[in-house]
Design a protein around this ligand. Structure first.
Ligand code: FMN
Ligand code: ADP
Ligand code: MG
Length: 209
């Protein structure tokens, strides 16, 4: 069951991602079980998990935070102009595992994309019962690149759907606060001053051939 302990406001070292992070994942957005939006009110973009154990044995089941980019050839963000524009990088929180609350038999990778950190958080505390999670126009089949920057917690089973939703709400806040730190913000906002390795990872993130 989900633990009752108070949650830490951030996850991972302040100095920036430590090995094995950042971990690069990529794939087309596929259909899941259709529960994210319908049951939870939390859409999650699912990408294939078939070769995960082979390619990324370091990724244990659990909840992580990171940054994502969607292929601008097939996904047009509000602020992008024309199909040749660079991909927009957005904060994300994700789960890798069997969703113990639903007892899935196959592992899934499910990514919830959050609004830019410059916008107010829709999942901030004090709005329980009326939290509205971020929702974009559907982008099934679009290629998604993801840099996992840190680990938040293991997956749990829950006594109720409400308890699961509340923990995911807190995950969004933990991811947000974690990414607001300088050593992580540079993956989201290109200020031209990021260390070489960060620019390299960011370059990979926004490249779609
Ligand atoms: C940040 C985050 C944390 C999650 N944590 C859990 C968890 O601890 N236990 C669980 O059973 N499912 C967890 N989930 C998965 C949800 O149950 C899942 O997104 C939902 O079943 C939707 O699945 P679908 O994409 O197949 O429709 C989490 C999802 C996200 C985005
Ligand atoms: N903020 C968001 N994060 C992730 N996916 C989103 C978001 N907003 C809309 N979507 C869309 O919703 C879909 C996921 O909804 P979901 O109910 O989890 O369905 P499925 O079970 O097919 O994954 C994504 O594939 C994407 O097209
Ligand atoms: Mg989903």
């Amino acid at each position: 069951m989900g633990s009752n302990k108070p949650r830490d406001p951030v996850a991972g070292p302040d100095a920036g991602p430590e090995p094995p992070y950042p971990v690069r994942l990529s794939g087309p957005v596929i259909k899941g079980f259709g529960r994210g939006s319908k049951d939870l009110g939390i859409p999650t973009a699912n990408i294939p998990a078939d070769d995960l154990s082979e390619k990324h044995p370091e990724l244990t089941t659990g909840v992580y935070y990171g940054v994502v980019a969607l292929d601008p050839k097939t996904y047009q963000h509000d602020s992008s102009e024309g199909s040749t524009s660079t991909a927009v990088v957005l904060p994300a929180v994700l789960s890798i595992g069997y969703n113990p609350f639903y007892k899935n038999t196959v592992r899934s990778v499910e990514i919830h994309i959050m609004p830019p950190l410059t916008e107010p958080s829709p999942t901030a505390a004090g709005q329980e019962g009326q939290t509205k999670f971020n929702r974009l126009p559907d982008f099934y089949k679009t290629r998604l690149n993801l840099l996992i920057l840190g680990y938040i917690r293991p997956e749990f089973d829950y006594v109720s759907l409400e308890a699961l939703v509340e923990d995911i709400r807190v995950d969004c806040e933990v991811a947000r606060e974690s990414l607001l730190r300088e050593a992580y913000k540079c993956y989201l906002i290109d200020n031209g001053k990021a260390p070489g390795k960060v620019s390299e990872d960011r370059g990979w993130l926004v490249s779609f051939e």
